[in-house]
Write a protein that binds this ligand. Structure first.
Ligand code: HEC
Length: 275
């Protein structure tokens, strides 16, 4: 018999499976890059209602953006490392992954008392932290995985002045947080405006919007970018392999496409004599 139908079916199935795999892989990739959607303050939000939609703010970072990761590393070490460690990360690994030449790494990022191969500790002694803040600032190595990037983005963008707190600041994402508003020089100071709502006969103070009370050295847009870079860096630190994994995904899809094409050629070859 010229035509072995079971073989033909097998090839058709192989081609279909190839196509399905391509579809699955590309949808996985699409999910991976979904995080890049431009975000920050939602477009269309009225300026007078600044902050009213804070719960829907997204980090919008991308670990494929190397320049953003490099800025995030620099800014993290300058503004956060005084209190927070990255206990699972070494300076040298950052240098390799983020393509920072060793001389520059040593000169700008590694403290003089440290070696490039050291883990990123914090100079803040634990007992002092507890005395000053009431608790120890957590290690941030896995924070992006634990709480998510949007959470950290909102945490860093919803500090407001609150004289009733010992730090003088409060936060919408983590109410009554022990962390001071360490970025206020950049962002400026904002006040939270509350409105009174009556629910089941009891009155409640509900957050309405923010009002700037002092300008910082950055514009709102620049500050958003600054925070996004740090969040991006913490996203990378939480899973250093993810940049490589995404790059690998492209090759997997290409391989599957080529494979599907070969399967199709083969199918044509087998069916040639049938028609
Ligand atoms: C002056 C010390 C200090 C500095 C500087 C500082 N933090 Fe914190 N941070 C704290 C303390 C204290 C806490 C614990 C807050 C709490 O649990 O209420 C904290 C908590 C956090 C948390 C966890 C919030 C949670 O939900 O538990 C994140 C995320 C964070 N900080 C990010 C940062 C980033 C990013 C920077 C740099 C821009 C930074 N911090 C700079 C003191 C600091």
């Amino acid at each position: 018999m010229l035509f072995d139908s079971s073989m033909a079916r097998r090839f058709a199935a192989a081609a279909a499976a190839g196509g399905l795999a391509v579809f699955l892989a590309s949808s996985v990739l699409a999910q991976g890059t979904g995080a890049q959607a431009p975000a920050g303050s939602t477009p269309g939000a009225k300026p007078e209602a600044f902050g009213a939609d804070w719960e829907s703010w997204r980090a919008g970072n991308s670990v494929a953006d190397l320049a953003s990761l490099q800025r995030g590393a620099r800014d993290f070490l300058n503004y956060c490392n005084g209190c927070h460690s990255l206990q699972y990360m070494r300076y040298s690994r950052i240098g390799q992954d983020l393509q920072i030449p060793p001389e520059l790494l040593q000169k700008y990022l590694v403290p003089t008392s440290k070696k490039a191969t050291d883990y990123i500790g914090t100079p803040m002694p634990g007992e002092d932290a507890v005395r000053w803040f009431g608790k120890q600032p957590p290690d941030l190595s896995l924070m992006a995985r634990e709480r998510g990037t949007d959470y950290i983005y909102r945490f860093l963008t919803t500090f407001y002045v609150d004289p009733s707190r010992s730090t003088g600041a409060n936060n919408l994402q983590l109410p009554a947080t022990a962390m001071p508003d360490v970025l206020s020089e950049l962002e400026g100071l904002k006040r939270a405006v509350f409105r009174t709502e009556t629910k089941d006969g009891t009155q409640e103070q509900v957050f309405d919007h923010f009002e700037m009370v002092a300008e910082g050295s950055l514009t709102r847009e620049q500050y958003d970018g600054f925070v996004r870079d740090i969040v991006n860096f913490l996203d990378y630190v939480g899973e250093p392999a993810q940049a490589h994994r995404r790059a690998l995904g492209v090759w997997v899809v290409l391989f599957l496409l080529v494979f599907t094409w070969l399967a199709w050629l083969l199918k044509k070859e087998y069916w040639k004599d049938v028609h």
